[in-house]
Design a binder for this molecule. Structure first.
Ligand code: PLP
Length: 376
């Protein structure tokens, strides 16, 4: 629950997510010199803890930008114009990643699946066998637009077996779902601060493994602001190439402490509980999940809108009558689903409150419903 000018909002968007009080408090801090020891210590300590959360001995680097910048950072540092790549698309964000690849004149091969489904290793394998020359495969770990988590460790193995780079959009999974960069063989992982990291929007977080650094040496794209090498050279000195977004660093510093104090595996377990509770509540309401339940996400749940209603009717009534903020769908499915975020600073009471509001909104709107167990 979020206290805002005396109004308590249950903010259940799948990003941005609510900010814990410690993160809000951290942002009150004054500026410090960005070329001094204060920043050196702060940045070095932030990167160390971010590596821990990526479960990597490789590098983690930060930019002041939103998650989308991570797609561009991947392309201009790991590839060269005309390189063949395989873009796997299970929803709107995979589609956007493919569009970035096209914009940079990569030779894009697409593997599209119906939205709501996950990419399975067998489908990826047969597509890779038809395209053995691809240099990189772009994977979405958690497709926020459909509430699906891809089976990333198995997919990464298929890609590696063919020698291509494993490039992962982890915007809505990092710091919420298990993500073991080194163990799973992920070469490049990108995310954004406004999701399970419990920070305001504005930081792009990038994990870079050894094979990605080799690819960086071969890449011929022009780049300046997004240059991985420059970011790493400065990071080794506890600095960033340009003026860092200090207030976001303060926020990230506080959020990293919260995650590690709770324990990363406890954070994953909490997200698993919240995902399970949300899905159970949705079914108890007589509603259907939009996504294939076998691959349902533990950070966001997509709920199929019952016949005769629109997503907008539901989201507006939840906000107006219950102060619960949820999202509609994206792209061509904007009215087909509502999406409930349960990532980052979220607990059981937030999910119960959201289900309760959904239950009474369905009644107000005249949709058939059942009562959620445990809710009056
Ligand atoms: N990838 C995924 C899976 C996302 O959920 C989002 C945003 O919601 C993005 C990429 C783009 O991130 P941003 O909006 O921060 O640029």
């Amino acid at each position: 629950m979020q206290e805002n000018c005396g109004v308590t909002t249950n903010f259940r968007l799948p990003g941005p997510t609510p900010l814990p009080p410690a993160v809000l408090q951290a942002m009150q801090r004054e500026m410090i010199p960005h070329r001094g020891s204060g920043l050196n210590e702060l940045y070095t300590s932030i990167l160390k803890r971010a590596r821990e959360i990526h479960r990597t001995d490789g590098d983690v680097l930060l930019w002041p930008a939103s998650g989308s910048a991570g797609w561009e950072i991947a392309v201009v540092n790991l590839l060269s114009p005309g390189d063949p790549v395989l873009c796997t698309v299970i929803g709107d964000f995979g589609d956007r990643f493919a569009k970035v690849a096209e914009a940079f004149r990569l030779e894009v091969r697409r593997l599209d699946l119906p939205w709501g489904q996950a990419l399975t290793p067998d489908k990826l394998k047969s597509q890779m066998e038809r395209n053995p020359e691809v240099k990189a495969v772009f994977l979405t770990h958690n497709e926020t637009s459909t509430g699906v988590t891809n089976p990333l460790p198995d997919l990464a193995k298929v890609v590696r077996d063919q020698g291509a780079l494993v490039v992962v959009d982890a915007v809505s999974s990092a710091a919420g779902l298990p993500l073991l960069m080194d163990e799973w063989g992920l070469d490049f992982v990108l995310s954004g601060s406004q999701k399970a990291w419990m920070c305001p929007p504005g930081l792009t977080i990038v994990g870079v493994g050894p094979r990605a650094w080799d690819a960086y040496q071969r890449s011929t794209y022009p780049r300046f602001f997004w240059d991985l090498g420059a970011a790493k050279d400065y990071a080794l000195k506890g600095m960033t190439p340009t003026t860092p977004p200090l207030t976001l660093f303060y926020a990230f510093d506080a959020a990293l402490d919260l995650i590690l104090d709770e324990g990363l595996e406890n954070v994953w377990r909490r997200h698993a509980r919240l995902g399970e509770r949300t899905r159970r509540g949705i079914k108890e309401l007589g509603l259907s999940l939009f996504e294939d339940e076998a691959f349902a996400s533990n950070t966001v749940t997509a709920v199929a809108v019952p016949e005769g209603l629109t997503a907008k009717q539901i989201t507006q009534a939840m906000k107006r009558d219950h102060d619960v903020v949820v999202a509609g769908g994206q792209g061509h499915l904007s009215e087909a689903m509502i999406r409930i975020g349960h990532m980052g600073w979220c607990d059981e009471a937030d999910v119960e409150g959201c289900l309760e509001a959904l239950s009474s909104v369905l009644a107000e709107l005249g949709a058939e419903r059942r009562v959620v167990s445990g809710v009056a």
